[in-house]
Ligand binder design. Structure first.
Ligand SMILES: *Cc1c(COP(=O)(O)O)cnc(C)c1O
Ligand code: SF4
Length: 402
């Protein structure tokens, strides 16, 4: 069914208005029941979710639901499931250990050169797999008011080692242009901040949000990357394409981070199709996230080997541009690591010392070690004289970094 049939009485102008989409979000079982019949399991999920988690889907995102199939990937991302109440081994309220790394309310600081800036606790759509559900699903956080934002910006200003700030939340594009622009301008004015990133699901869940005015505003804060979150080819609609292309056309590069979700996109065919389509939107696949141990998401997690097997199936069969990094954010706060299929098959001797490697077809190839092993770059000390000075080497430079 088209959106006109699903939402009778809605004008084209309303449908294309991102605020209308946010205001008319479906939040209750009754709201969804008007679009399609719920299964008993979905009804139980709603009953269990009430009072514990937030539920919302923009009419646009809800219109992508397959009315006939409860296993529809859109449905699985927005409909609360009774399985969310079933604990899984290792479940954590703070799955990737962010709380000990929050020097101020709006900042998560785990890596010396990067900071995560929590700008808002709200989203247009609440994803059932959200890793930050302790913030997005609850009212305890109390939002991020002007004081929290100011404090976050002041913190970044005081930390000269931070050169990359990821504005996230919640979904920062659920804020008004003016509010978002204020935050970005505040960060952009800090001389040591090289790169800004804006992490948002809006191109997927509310593509109408990406207006020309917004894209132009983001471009003014370049270098700025938008990092979005497509999980399934079903989300690659003409509207989503338009949103991504509008950003890129304005000069804002777009990257994608998917979450690997069991029974939803845990298939090489689905993820290859998704990432190939994203490239046609000029969106570059960046991460494929192994499910975090967020309590209530155990039913959506895959075995670690599943993601590796998917990467293995993709390598050699699609372009490297379409293959994301498989990232595991270590439980408890150890940070991200990436997993790869193991292509090194052992050391050997074939005329010279070297390594056996295998390809995806299981064929073995020999790579001999080069004649010389020393990888020092002599010009490095010339090009970075301050480093040499710091090490007590030959003087040069003024110590001002770049
Ligand atoms: C993921 C993450 C980043 C960004 O990591 P990249 O690998 O640079 O994309 C930065 N800070 C925190 C706290 C994160 O969780
Ligand atoms: S849009 Fe992002 S922050 Fe919001 S619920 Fe989904 S995953 Fe969580």
């Amino acid at each position: 069914m088209t959106w006109r049939e699903l939402f009778p009485g809605t004008t084209e102008a309303e449908w294309r208005d991102w605020r209308w989409q946010q205001r008319h979000a479906l939040t209750t079982a009754a709201d969804f029941e008007r679009l399609f019949p719920l299964t008993d399991a979905e009804r139980r999920g709603f009953a269990l979710a009430a009072g514990h988690t937030r539920v919302a889907a923009t009419p646009y995102y809800a219109s992508l639901v397959d009315r006939d199939h409860p296993a529809c990937p859109i449905r699985l991302q927005v409909m609360p499931s009774a399985a969310e109440a079933v604990p899984a081994p290792g479940d954590l309220d703070d799955p990737i250990g962010e709380e000990p790394h929050r020097p101020v309310r709006a900042i998560v600081h785990k890596y010396p050169d990067r900071a995560l800036f929590l700008a808002v606790d709200r989203c247009a759509v609440y994803c059932r797999h959200c890793t930050r559900r302790r913030i997005t699903f609850s009212d305890d956080e109390g939002g991020f008011d002007r004081a929290a934002v100011e404090e976050g910006i002041a913190w970044v200003r005081a930390h000269r080692e931070v050169r990359d700030v990821i504005v996230s939340g919640g979904d920062p594009l659920s804020l008004s242009d003016q509010k978002l622009d204020g935050i970005l301008a505040g960060l952009r004015a800090i001389p040591h901040v090289q790169v800004l990133r804006v992490a948002t699901r809006a191109p997927v869940t509310n593509p109408m949000r990406v207006t020309d005015a917004l894209a132009a505003a983001l471009r003014r804060h370049a270098p700025l990357f938008v990092v979005t979150h497509f999980n399934h080819p079903k989300e690659c609609t003409p509207e989503a394409r338009e949103a991504c292309e509008r950003l890129v056309d304005h000069g804002v590069p777009v990257e994608n981070q998917s979450v690997l979700l069991r029974g939803l996109n845990s298939s090489a065919r689905i993820l290859t199709d998704l990432n190939e389509r994203l490239l046609t939107f000029r969106v570059r696949p960046y991460y494929l996230h192994q499910g975090d141990l967020a309590a209530g998401t155990g039913h959506l997690r895959t075995p670690l080997a599943a993601g590796v097997a998917i990467l293995e199936a993709m390598r050699g069969r699609t372009s490297g541009l379409a293959i994301p990094h498989l990232a595991v954010d270590l439980p408890g706060g150890g940070g991200k690591v990436t997993l790869q299929p193991q292509y090194l098959a052992g050391e050997g001797e074939e005329g010279a010392r070297g390594h056996w490697l295998r390809n995806g077809r299981g064929e073995r190839y020999f790579y001999p070690e080069p004649p010389e092993q020393d990888c020092t770059c002599p010009y490095e000390a010339v090009y970075y004289p301050a480093d040499a000075a710091a090490r007590g080497g030959p003087a040069g430079g003024d110590g001002e970094g770049e």
